[in-house]
Design a protein. Structure first.
Length: 239
């Protein structure tokens, strides 16, 4: 009798543990594409592999794409437009995620606003996949449809920064900030970094201060400003 009871207890515990493992596995699978927020590295296929290639790129790429993808839009009525936006928020997406954007843009009846934002979000996807030329084409197409789309202007400025066209960065960010983008802190950050690259440190400090006034906890900006404060005090001359 004692052996029978022990055997039953072992079977019951084994079943419980297997059930728990199954539930844990299901939770991980269901959260592979979270609905919003910054996505956990372990839940994104290929994250670590793409992270390795990313480290060899211009240091600013990750920050640029991360900031541009914070822009929020209302995309009700078309599931592909919504999926395109959600995938654009992944810092390390997969190539097949472009399909949702392509499907949305292939819809001849897509309303103009959704076409603009789908081009913009596909551009972000391309940029996160290191397809910078394709990203530029999509941002430019979005701006052609809506010349007042300030955040697409900032996205282009981010690409210009990667290509070291700092004069163009300053010109584009100034125009975009006048149009009140949804993410003005990113524009001030790009301005500051471009000024810093041109060794105009006082202007860089001011731009970083403007970015931090909007996003006080933005670590990258705080570190860049601290570097300027340490090496070029406010009373010192620029180059």
């Amino acid at each position: 009798m004692y052996k029978l009871i022990s055997f039953c207890v072992v079977i019951a515990l084994s079943g419980f543990l297997m059930s728990g493992c199954a539930q844990t596995t299901n939770k991980t699978d269901s959260s592979s594409v979270p609905r919003k927020g910054n996505y956990a590295a372990t839940h994104v296929p290929g994250y670590h592999e793409r992270g390795g290639t990313r480290a060899n790129k211009n240091f600013s790429v990750g920050i640029v794409t991360n900031m541009t993808s914070e822009v929020k839009f209302k995309t009700k009525g078309d599931p592909n437009v919504k999926s395109c936006k959600d995938f654009a928020r992944l810092r390390y997406p997969q190539t097949d995620m472009l399909a949702s954007c392509n499907l949305a843009l292939s819809n001849a009846n897509l309303i103009p606003r959704n076409r603009v934002v789908s081009l913009y979000h596909r551009g972000i996807l391309h940029q996160n996949l290191d397809n910078l030329a394709l990203a530029r084409l999509d941002y430019t197409a979005a701006l052609k449809l809506n010349p007042q789309f300030a955040d697409a202007m900032l996205a282009l400025a981010g690409l210009d920064f990667i290509d070291a066209h700092f004069d163009r960065v300053l010109e584009t960010t100034q125009a975009a900030l006048q149009l009140q983008p949804e993410n003005p802190a990113y524009g001030h950050y790009l301005q500051g970094y471009a000024y810093e690259k041109q060794m105009q440190f006082q202007k860089a400090r001011l731009s970083y201060q403007q970015a931090l006034a909007i996003k006080p906890k933005w670590r990258a900006v705080r570190e860049r400003k601290a570097l300027i404060d340490r090496n070029w005090p406010s009373k010192s001359e620029d180059r």
